[in-house]
Design a protein around this ligand. Sequence first.
Ligand code: GAL
Length: 670
Amino acid sequence: MTARELSVPGLAYGGDYNPEQWPEEVWAEDVRLMREAGVNMVSVNIFAWALLEPSQGSYDFSRLDRILGLLQENGIAADLATPTAAPPAWFFRAHPEALPVDKDGRTLSYGSRQTFCPSSPAYREAALRIARVLGERYADHPAVVMWHIHNEYGCHNGECYCDTSAAAFRVWLRKKYDDLAALNHAWGTTFWSQWYYDWDEIIPPRPTGAVPNPTHQLDWRRFCSDALLSLCEAERAVLLEAAPATPATTNFMVMYNFDKLDYWRWAPELDIVSNDHYLQSTDPESQIDIALSGDLVRSLAGGRPWLLMEHSTGAVNWQPVNRAKTAGELRRNALAHVAHGADGIAYFQWRAAKAGAEQWHSAMLPHAGTDSQIWRDVVQLGADLRALAEVRGSTGVAEVAVVWDWSSWWAVELPSQPSEEVRFQDLVRAWYEPLWRSGVAVDFVRPDADLSSYKLVLAPSLYLVDDEGAANLTGFAERGGVLAVGFHSGAVDENCHVRLGGYPGAFREALGVRTDELFPLLPGESLGLSDGGTAELWSERVALAGAEAVTSYTSGPLTGVPAVTRHTHGTGTAWYVATRPDPTTLASLLDRIREEAGVRPVRTTPEGVEAVLRRGPDADYLFLINHGDEEAEVEVAPQALELLTGKGLAEGGGPVRVAAGDVAVVREPR
Ligand code: GAL
């Protein structure tokens, strides 16, 4: 298969362009301003199904023809979407059975978007029909450079509990288990008399009197992700048939709190990985979430560059209070995504809507028009991205891998755990933060990934792991790597069955410890640690079985018991962090662990200055993002050039000065 790549030169810049929201007189101004801002690619047609297909099988492409023609005349490429995220009202009147049913059994109504059952045959047929007609019509259109399949799969309909979904779940289960006894064994259905004698007895894990079976719930989550994936694959196949050379993407939602899809399974199905990222108003350090999600998306893309398909210029409209961005934040945010591997930056949306559900969402062109801070920032960003054109294609340089697994995430947050306070993303972020603050580059990996290029592997939360993944991680330490594992990891296998003989099950031997009982802490409770820090959230009665204690509890029922241990395993080292140390203690622990692994920051910078490196064929690109309030100086290599200003730096090297809130991108020749 030849690689299908994006043919837009330099870095892509643009946003969702929804001209159907406006009378045609406005379009000429749109493209004029797009050119002014340096926009070179927009996503079109995402929510235009109702206008394209006014009734089943009758099409009106005239508007889209004109939009694509206008873009082409103005040298703006189109990322053409299949409009399948928002089926028209006529579809649901003809197929009320395609409406989704929520967990509580309520059938949801049309009148919004993404309100369809992922397993509905009628929906699939209608979606593939419009995708095919669209694909065939525009396969050779000169403006079309990429297919944008659907929009944010699972954003509003990640799970549907209707009878059609139930039947599809059974088909999925039959394929996975083949015979019912295997399913009964995997689910442990002898417990509470749940044994199934007939496939048709199996239903989604709907609300019931007590806790549903955990493996049933876990397989349900896997099925729900796969049900949507199969729609994406089907659209992809139709488009590929129509336009074999055009790359396809679908926009992921790797960001805080979206947990519906196992993107490790999705990413390989796409030519280009793209992501949408929005800030949480309640997160005082959202720059860390941008970095983390960027690293995860780059990792999903196999280390190759990816596209930021959506973020916001200012406030969103779907949080309780929607915070505007502060001075310089738009630029820092966008360039941080580039630093973490994005080869394109786009927004939701081009022009702020006057009507409709998102009228209070920011856009590139705000309600206030061009005499506005956002517009000035948008134009500036266009110039910045042009100045950075040469970073396109450059990649990351991580020596540290952080294990990320969706099944484990789902499993550790199922009900009836030792503590419902244990949240996967919070733990990963807690470990990621100190690395980010130190300027250490990070990739994310699956438990079974090839780890040979890393010096240090961290598994902050890996409750569920299969034998293969566990052997891969422990083998990494055995062969000389440094491995650090967080509490409550290795506890269960892929079926959620507890690994017997003591915790942390799959990692016990490599870590040289054995825990016989778990002692999760209450919210607000903390224990003293022998290194002067405190422990929160979790503790367990760890006994040493070859490891040494690095830190122990100095208060509470486990006084004297190890909280952090270190074990020589093979020719490497395996650390167990059996609690959540306070942030300062965790930071110094991770410093020590990474120093032992020989992992260096990409650059040492003053506090608040993020340093990220992208590596090109002949040069490194050092991104310096000053999130702090003071000007900072950073040493750079001789003959370096600051790309945003085009200024060469002092002979013999730096320093480069980065004003408070500013960004510098330095090309360092290699
Ligand atoms: C995304 C979605 C966009 C828009 C945006 C608003 O989830 O893809 O269509 O709704 O959120 O923040």
